[in-house]
Write a new protein. Structure first.
Length: 260
């Protein structure tokens, strides 16, 4: 057994052996710890790697066991893929590809259910008519809510890569609001003519966009069209048995299914 080595990976400390780190000589770690690539040190003298510290545990465990073990509710496949690509451990790359195929097959059968709600509220705002002259104005605004449930976590991530909130002058993916892998709630407003841009931020009003088309979603009809487009490209089709036709046509409930 070689002497223990402590690594500082993105601020997280790991202790392992030199033989473990060099178990795949052609990898980035193999090159670093065989002297082919110089290593950096932190203030405590630990070897420092400026990568994601949390994800490194799965990479280190693979070096120890040659098995890729992930928790059942693992939600960071994209990040793990990028880290695995950095370390260039070829058997781990292959194991990750097999895991992704396995997850994809497990999620072929899926259900997607969306319940929609819409209301009108009055917003009050000030309008600057001159340098020292302001007037109070008000307007009706459409407020939308969509409660989305899918048995496919991967589909919700796909949806999150297409829909973006516009807030405070910036676009942010709705995937950042995905706290439950199977549930997502969206709340947004339609643009109001005459409402100054800064008022959306002041009143905490988010608008919804679809990318890369850069189209704003100002109605449930547009929302339904865009969601159907994304879902059907992922293999979903309309469930003819549910919901009732009137509910679907009135944009109250959308239920889609996908079979292997």
């Amino acid at each position: 057994m070689s002497e223990p080595i402590t690594l500082n990976v993105g601020g997280k400390l790991y202790t392992t052996s030199l033989s473990t780190l060099t178990s795949f000589p052609d990898s980035m770690l193999g090159a670093m710890f065989s002297g082919k690539i110089p290593t950096k040190k932190d203030s405590q003298g630990n070897c420092f790697i400026d990568r994601d510290g949390k994800i490194f545990r799965y990479i280190l465990n693979f070096l120890r066991t040659s098995h890729l073990d992930l928790p059942e509710d693992f939600q960071e496949m994209g990040l793990l893929r990028r880290e695995v690509d950095f370390y260039q451990i070829q058997p781990l790359i292959e194991a990750l590809q097999e895991k992704e195929v396995e997850l994809s097959k497990a999620e072929k059968n899926a259900m997607l259910n969306i319940t929609l709600d819409q209301k009108t509220q009055t917003v009050h705002f000030t309008v600057r008519e001159a340098p020292q002259i302001y007037s109070l104005s008000s307007s009706n605004m459409e407020v939308f809510s969509a409660h989305i449930f899918s048995t496919s976590c991967l589909f919700l991530k796909l949806l999150g890569s297409k829909l973006y909130y516009c807030f405070n002058g910036n676009l942010s993916s709705i995937s950042t609001y995905l706290q439950d892998p199977n549930h997502l709630t969206l709340d947004w407003v339609a643009s109001v003519e005459g409402l100054p841009e800064e008022e959306y931020t002041k009143q905490n009003l988010k608008r919804l966009w679809v990318v890369p088309d850069n189209k704003q979603i100002n109605s449930f009809q547009v929302f339904v069209e865009e969601v159907l487009k994304i879902a059907m490209s992922d293999g979903f089709c309309i469930d003819s048995s549910h919901p009732h036709t009137s509910d679907f046509m009135n944009n109250k409930i959308i239920r889609l299914i996908r079979y292997k």
